[in-house]
Design a protein around this ligand. Sequence first.
Ligand SMILES: [Zn+2]
Length: 420
Amino acid sequence: MDGERDIAQLNAATGCGPLLSSPPETKQPLRQRVFEYVRAHGNAARSDISRDLGVSPGSATTLTAELMQAGLLREVAEVQREQSRGRPRVALEIVPEAGYIIGIKLGDAQHTAALADFTGTMVADVTIRHARNSRSMADVLDEIETLIEALLDKAGMQLSAVHGIGVGMAGIIGHETGIVHWSPLLDARDQPFGDAFEARLGRPVFLENDANMLTMAELWFGAGRGLRDFAVVTIENGVGMGLVLDNQLYRGSFGMGLELGHTKVQMDGALCRCGQRGCLEAYLSDYALVREGATALNLAPEAKAGFQVVLSDLLKEAQNGNIAARKVFQRAGRFLALGLSNVIHLFDPALIILSGDRMTHDFMFEETVVEDVQALCLSRGQMPCQIKVHSGGDLDWARGATARALSEVTHDLFNGDTAG
Ligand SMILES: [Zn+2]
């Protein structure tokens, strides 16, 4: 994998983090708001801070002086603004070395880690493949340790410079408790993953459901930066969803929310891997396609070893115009439209981002899917919600994990807790 080029491409944007300010009830300290404003814009002059945050020029000077004193901000010679006239202004930017963050995406077949500095810019990444089956928590922690060692080795850095580590994985994850209630990666339920991780590595760790990590990536680095409400729907081995409402990641009360894949679309319908019937996932995910494809095309019978083979044969057949293969995907597409129209009617997002490896195949997302969604919406052809495809890789997910950790470490920095 050509990690360096991927990093350069992903780092191309200026600044990172949500561009809209948080709702007033979050009551962030002013210093934090100034710091996050500068990070979101890449750099900013004191007059911009004063104007956009509604503080007096004197306060802007005092606040930025404090942040400079703390080693978090520094002056840059000039700022390029489109309409700047006259002499260049002095701007402020985040000191990149003020802290480092690691973001990890744990996956079925491989784990990916990214190292980012305090501006959110990625400086190194590593991917390690592993055997594809669920394992004990100790096994997975061993793998993470190896992954982090390889990452730090590549960057020439020590773990002590890392202020926090974000970890995203599939499953039901207690983002506050650090308990993994269930994950396809682990062979047991209710594992105290966060505590075990911190005990082993001695750095703060922030766990999150992987669809939420990807949603963080869109909120911090992607199409969601300037939006108040948007949804991310991921279609891979399962169907996941993340949601930003009022500029904040929505998590629900008990970790049961946003399980779009397990919303029912058919009473007593197809068997889902969750054990129930009629779930959206049972019509849409990889295993559903393999099940359908194996029958429709008489491909190799579904077997554990043959899963990927059947899936790639099915994709090849569809690409080559095989009608039966295309029908399998078209049917999945209609169920996708059904699921998306339900998301629109429940949450009314400005944008739905479709994400997943399979989105790289155009025939999976033909205009018929959008037309089907339009037809299923009450607005009938006037649907204002946009639907975009973002076929990113594991590095996007890992980067979302850096955003989660960066967000937490920043919060702790300005709200009393020490974050190393
Ligand atoms: Zn299910």
